[in-house]
Write a protein that binds this ligand. Structure first.
Ligand code: K7E
Ligand code: CUA
Length: 662
């Protein structure tokens, strides 16, 4: 089994079964000093944070490099019962959309915020591939702070990619669709009515708050990936496009007809000028904008009803197509901003485009016709050169900051290093197996940190202890500091990582939030001390202002709740020590637990389903007496006249015990 090579010929035969082949030396040994290079002495910290997309788990995860140790899962688009994300009343609005509450999505790409083309350590952005959205994650709390939905889009794959000062996060649609406000169209009218919208989301430089500044209404094709220009090409954006055949069925064949698809070049500075001139058109749309407020520890969701659009056909000089061989996937810009690398999934070469030549071709109108009214630049006029015989199935390219590029090859299962100037292949190493994205620390910035590359592999097979039909996805760390790439480490991941970025620990460590100050807690239902703890009835709603501190809740005995009530436990964690969360869970609750950080308030809603005594307890082992951190809620029948009472530390008099029993 180990040495079977699977149908590479299929590629050539256009059978298009893009299964991978296994490298022959699948068991290959690592070099002697590999262990030393990844060994982080217990108690010591890693050199890099590695922030990894979770794919179909809808989350991000945080690892250390070079150790490959996982530190955290950050829920973004998917609920996470482990800490109540999407279950607590405060976080539910974060998952609201124009379709209502959605508990899941598919997160493929990470972008870390930049200033002057370099990592600034403030935010991470992530995309929702299914129900188009972009999220912003704070790199101080490591939590999702904001989610914005994208109208007129279907499948937000080409996202989120950022400009060199985080002016914009850009997202383009994978599925072309008719505009949201006029969508009831025959699918056969694709060419006429389906459009490919590209959203430019502005980011406030102080708060990070996002807003859709404008959408470009492009012809009905599919956008796959993108990168902003940088340095000399700052002000431009590049997108890989496929399905320029404009097929709406059996794309595996119908969208692979043409010899070349496109890379789209967008002059976004020019778009800003056109907007200023009033060329934009506001159209009706419906999308959610969700914001989490660190002071109130609560999220709000607002529905927005219009979006600004720009039609490139009315804005000359705004967009150009460049032919790019065979279904381009990755579209990556080198650190200088001069070279744009397109990776055609079915192509035999890697084309490298030159920004200077693009500018010349535009100035000289060196066109090769047009596509749906948009000029197509001549391939030869914009091409810097092609990397010959690089491998099979190129997907993504990153840069080492030493003048080299490394490209991942899914079909031939390898990483290939090549020189950007002379386009010569320098080195290749196998990956186990079928690498998707790759990531070099700082790889997409103008100053890559280099040192390592991580391969995020799609297929794991025999690399780990088997765990039934499903195996963990595997990441592999390579040393790229020398001429030859050296495999150092395999480490398992969660979900299915696509893109990831790594950033020096020194940029994040110092800003990491330790506690929320209790005196700054602006939550409407906070109890900032045990004296403020109380239970209040408002109609059939019972609001429990409950505090948690090692090792008890206040109150921990509650009576007078009745069937038909909705009980809201607003739990405030009074601790002001780092790393002392308390958890909260209720027996029989159709909900998750909540995990409350020091100084924070979170709310668990519970609708009792039966009469009786319901235990509540702390789920996080917070002290030696954690197990004692528990309490009771008495639920009585509808219409019962048990009064609403609450207490902590009150022991019943023997008299009362007798009476109560009757
Ligand atoms: Cu290549 Cu969705 Cu970025 Cu995965 S995509 S590999
Ligand atoms: Cu609080 Cu365990």
């Amino acid at each position: 089994m180990k040495r079977t090579i699977v149908a590479v010929a299929a590629l050539a035969a256009l059978g298009l079964h893009l299964t991978s082949c296994k490298p022959k030396d699948a068991g290959s040994a690592v070099s002697g000093d590999a262990a030393q290079k990844v060994y982080v002495t217990p108690g010591q910290h890693d050199e890099f944070y590695n922030i990894v997309s979770g794919g179909f788990n809808g989350q991000m995860s945080v690892y250390g490099l070079p150790s490959g140790r996982m530190f955290k899962i950050i829920p973004v688009f998917s609920t996470f019962p482990e800490n109540g994300w999407g279950y607590s009343e405060e976080t539910k609005p974060m998952l609201n959309t124009s379709h209502g509450y959605i508990p899941w999505d598919d997160l493929h790409h990470i972008s870390l915020s930049q200033t002057k083309g370099e990592h600034d350590g403030r935010w991470a952005f992530g995309n929702a591939n299914n129900t188009p959205r972009v999220a912003r994650i704070s790199l101080s709390t490591f939590r999702t702070d904001e989610i914005i939905e994208l109208p007129n889009s279907g499948g937000n794959h080409s996202s989120p990619f950022i400009t060199e000062n985080t002016e914009y996060v850009v997202a383009s649609t994978r599925f072309s669709v008719p505009p949201d406000n006029d969508g009831d169209m025959p699918i056969s009218s694709f060419k006429k009515n389906f459009k490919g919208y590209i959203s430019f989301i502005s980011v406030d430089p102080q708060s990070g708050h996002m807003g859709i500044k404008f959408q470009l209404k492009m012809p009905g094709i599919s956008f796959d990936l993108a990168r902003a220009g940088k340095g000399k090409s700052h002000g431009w954006f590049f997108f890989s496009c496929y399905n320029t055949e404009q097929a709406s069925t059996l794309l595996e064949v119908n969208a692979s007809q043409k010899d070349k698809d496109f890379i789209l070049a967008v002059n976004w500075k020019k778009a800003e000028e056109y907007l200023k001139q009033g060329k934009g058109k506001k159209v009706a749309a419906k999308y959610a904008h969700n914001l989490y407020d660190e002071k109130t520890h609560s999220a709000t969701s607002t529905i927005i009803n219009e979006v600004m659009t720009l039609d490139p056909k009315e804005c000359p000089g705004l967009v150009y197509f460049m032919p790019c061989p065979k279904s381009p996937h990755g579209c990556d810009v080198d650190p200088t901003g001069e070279f744009i690398v397109g990776s055609g999934k079915l192509a035999a070469v890697i084309p490298v485009f030159s920004f200077d030549k693009i500018q010349k071709a535009i100035a000289g109108k060196t066109y090769d016709g047009e596509f749906d009214g948009i000029p197509v630049l001549k391939y030869e006029s914009v091409l810097y050169g092609e990397v010959q015989k690089p491998g099979l199935g190129p997907l993504h390219t990153e840069f080492d900051g030493q003048g080299n590029a490394i490209t991942s090859f899914f079909v031939s299962s390898e990483l290939v290093k090549w020189n950007i100037k002379d386009l010569k292949v320098l080195d290749r190493v196998p990956t186990y197996y079928s690498v998707g994205h790759l990531s070099i620390p700082g790889g997409p910035t103008s100053k890559p940190h280099g040192k390592y590359v991580v391969a995020y592999n799609k297929i794991t097979k025999d690399r780990y202890l088997p765990t039934g039909p499903e195996l963990t996805q595997s990441a592999q760390l390579y040393d790229i500091s020398g001429d030859k790439m050296k495999l150092l480490l395999d480490f398992p991941t969660v979900g299915e990582p696509h893109y990831a970025e790594s950033i020096p620990a020194s940029l994040l460590e110092k800003n990491s939030k330790k506690i929320f100050k209790i005196e700054e807690n602006g939550h409407k239902y906070a109890a900032k001390g045990e004296k403020e703890a109380k239970v209040v009835r408002e109609g059939n709603q019972v609001h429990v202002y409950i505090t948690a501190i090692r090792s008890h809740f206040t109150p921990d005995n509650i009576e007078g709740v009745k069937l038909g009530d909705e009980v809201y436990f607003h739990v405030t964690n009074l601790e002001q020590d780092w790393d002392i969360p308390h958890g909260f869970a209720v027996k029989g609750s159709n909900n998750a637990e909540i995990l409350i950080m020091p100084g924070e308030t979170q709310t668990l809603k519970w609708v009792p389903s039966r009469v009786g005594i319901t235990p509540i307890y702390c789920t996080d082992f917070c002290s030696a007496l954690h197990q004692e951190m528990q309490g009771y809620v008495r639920v009585s029948a509808k219409g019962s006249n048990v009064p609403l009472t609450f207490s902590t530390g009150k022991t019943a008099a023997p008299e009362a015990e007798k009476v109560a029993k009757k």
